[in-house]
Every structure is written in structure tokens, then in C-alpha cells.
Design a protein. Structure first.
Length: 187
């Protein structure tokens, strides 16, 4: 959590990546997303779904990308930092959901536990587990929204050649900007 915030602040002040020695548990490769919230509104969210980088490095890179490279938002300004809450979602490795008939997918998705990745013909979309909870979606709506996030039709999950994977997340959130951190695991 604090690593993500320090990474953004260093980049804001010096235009450089934060480089510091990380404890052993943060050196293992993990997928991670960093979400920035201004009030209750999304201000940026970018990450790495697969365990490509050590967690500390991935967290700093995702935090900087979320603050300055999310195409939905202008780059974060220095004065905004005191208003932005940081949330870090550490992901389990994605696992494909295997079904005989695509209509079975909703039975294999647990809202409140699973995040989803939809992949089809070069398109892909990911939604974190907390998104379905925040929007009160059922499994079918969650699948549809993930397809739309990929730039596909809402019913693309019904295609036999679509690949759908799920993952879980351990979520660390600032209760207030730069303040106390709350940890939760959606189950």
C-alpha cells in the first residue's frame, strides 16, 4: 500500500521510479492492480493480471501507470494527491474456467470472490472481484460487463471459443488519503 503511494509521489516530484529494497514476501512475482479513488469516484486503475514482475516492482509500476497513463483520465496533478485514496489488489494466478456448455459459466462464478478475465480473438478485458460487489451484479451480469470491458458484445461469454478465467484478490485500501490501511479478502 505505502509502496504504491510512495511510488506515485516520487514520480510526481522527481519523474523517476521508486527503487528500494523490498522484503522477501514482496519479491515474489504476483499479479497486482492499483486503483486510485478521488472521493468515491474512480481516478485510475491499471495493473498486471499475471505474475510477471516481483510484487514490489509490479505495485510501483501499476501505481504510476494508474496515476499517469490510464487513458480514461488526465495525468494526476500534484495537488490531487492529498485527495486520492490508493487501493492495491494482489491477485492469485488466473485459472481458466472449464465448462462443456458456455451457459454453465454463471454457475462457476462466485460474486464477491472471483475476478474475471475474458479473452477472444485478441480482445481481452478484466474486472476485479470488488467491481461486481460494488455494482451488485449477479454472475451473468458480471460476465457480460467483463465482455464489454474487452470491447466485445455483452453476450460474447456464450461463444464456445471465448476463454474465461477467474482469480481472487487480497485488497488493501486506504481509509483516507495517506491514512490507515484496511485489508480484506473477498470470499
Amino acid at each position: 500500500m505505502r509502496l504504491a503511494r510512495r511510488g506515485i509521489e516520487k514520480y510526481l516530484l522527481e519523474g523517476r521510479l521508486l527503487e528500494e529494497e523490498a522484503p522477501e514476501e514482496l519479491r515474489k512475482p504476483r499479479g497486482v492492480f492499483v486503483t486510485l479513488l478521488k472521493g468515491e469516484e474512480l481516478r485510475g486503475c491499471i495493473g498486471f493480471p499475471f505474475p510477471t514482475f516481483p510484487l514490489a516492482e509490479a505495485t510501483v509500476k501499476a501505481a504510476i501507470s494508474s496515476a499517469f497513463s490510464d487513458p480514461r483520465f488526465p495525468p494526476l496533478e500534484r495537488e490531487e494527491m492529498k485527495e486520492v485514496r490508493v487501493e492495491v489488489s494482489v491477485l492469485s494466478p488466473p485459472e481458466p474456467i472449464r465448462v462443456k456448455d458456455p451457459k454453465e459459466y454463471p454457475q462457476h462464478v462466485k460474486v464477491g470472490r472471483d475476478g474475471l478475465i475474458v479473452e477472444w480473438r485478441g480482445f481481452s478485458g478484466l474486472l476485479l472481484p470488488q467491481v461486481a460487489v460494488e455494482w451488485n451484479w449477479d454472475p451473468q451480469e458480471f460476465l457480460s460487463q467483463t465482455c464489454m470491458k474487452a470491447g466485445l458484445g455483452a453476450d460474447c461469454w456464450l461463444r464456445r471459443d471465448v476463454k474465461i478465467s477467474r482469480f481472487t484478490a487480497q485488497i488493501f485500501s486506504e481509509v483516507e488519503p495517506g491514512g490507515r490501511v484496511e485489508e480484506r479478502q473477498l470470499l
